[in-house]
Design a protein around this ligand. Structure first.
Ligand code: F6R
Length: 242
């Protein structure tokens, strides 16, 4: 595990974007693992600027989102399908037909989760997985107590996660209670992982993930098992590292 500590959130986005850019330069048909939330927005902005400059081309790349809320209408602006379309597909020039988000509206959610996991394998696996981390240590929506071997499945969102994500909704009661998320085992199969975190609210989770014991109580600690995981943080998020 490599830890990169930078002065500002803007640098976090730029440096993590460089890792993603290199993968796509080396392999134009790369498979990207796409996180949502606030943390990766700087990555997507930095990549979009490089696309606009003609330095990068994502038209042959494909992508798999990490997670999706259960039951949220696809047209809801905070469905992860909508977020990925708005923040990733359009600015990076990805082909929408090559980007998948778990189907949180499926009649059979368990089957949809198994099919999604299989689709990642069929695509040859994720070349670089972009991750954020929750203040409680979750990656994807693998909340504390998640198994390190878990696959894409239905999860109940922790109350603290629903509170944290209430900022995206008009009314906290609208935050969905469940999600489909890639499992920790699924995430660990990505060939490279880049996790970004900014701000003091993530300092405890970063210290637990990077230096704490391997523990289901801090799902991010599973990344200690990954051969090519890079953690890019600003000084505030690094504040509790030894
Ligand atoms: C998002 C995801 C989550 C977020 C985490 C941090 O697809 O899977 O793990 O990365 O909740 O969210 P932000 O970045 O909004 O603080």
């Amino acid at each position: 595990m490599e830890i990169v500590i930078l002065e500002s959130p803007a640098e976090v986005g730029r440096v993590a974007a460089a890792l993603v850019g290199k993968v796509v330069t080396d392999r134009p048909d790369a498979v990207l693992g796409l996180a949502t939330g606030s943390s990766p927005l700087g990555i997507y902005r930095s990549l979009a600027a490089r696309v606009a400059e003609g330095e990068l081309d994502f038209s042959r790349a494909s992508g798999f989102a990490l997670d999706e809320y259960v039951g949220i209408p696809l047209t809801h602006p905070e469905s992860y399908a909508a977020v990925i379309a708005r923040d990733v597909i359009e600015p990076l020039g990805l082909d929408p037909a090559r980007v998948r988000v778990p189907d949180g509206r499926a009649d059979d959610l368990e089957a949809a989760a198994v099919e999604y996991d299989g689709a990642i394998r069929t695509a040859g696996g994720v070349d670089i997985q972009i991750l954020g981390i929750g203040a409680n240590g979750h990656i994807g929506f693998n909340e504390p107590t998640s198994s390190f071997a878990s696959r894409t499945r239905i999860k109940t969102l922790a109350p603290s996660t629903r509170e944290a994500n209430a900022r995206f909704f008009d009314d906290p009661a609208q935050v969905p209670t469940h999600c489909l998320t890639q499992g920790l085992g699924t995430i660990l199969e990505a060939k490279r992982v880049v996790l970004v975190a900014q701000g003091a609210a993530k300092a405890h989770a970063i210290a637990a993930a990077v230096e704490g014991p391997l523990s289901a109580m801090c799902p991010g600690s599973a990344l200690q098992l990954h051969e090519h995981a890079t953690i890019v943080v600003d000084e505030e998020a690094a504040a509790e590292l030894a």
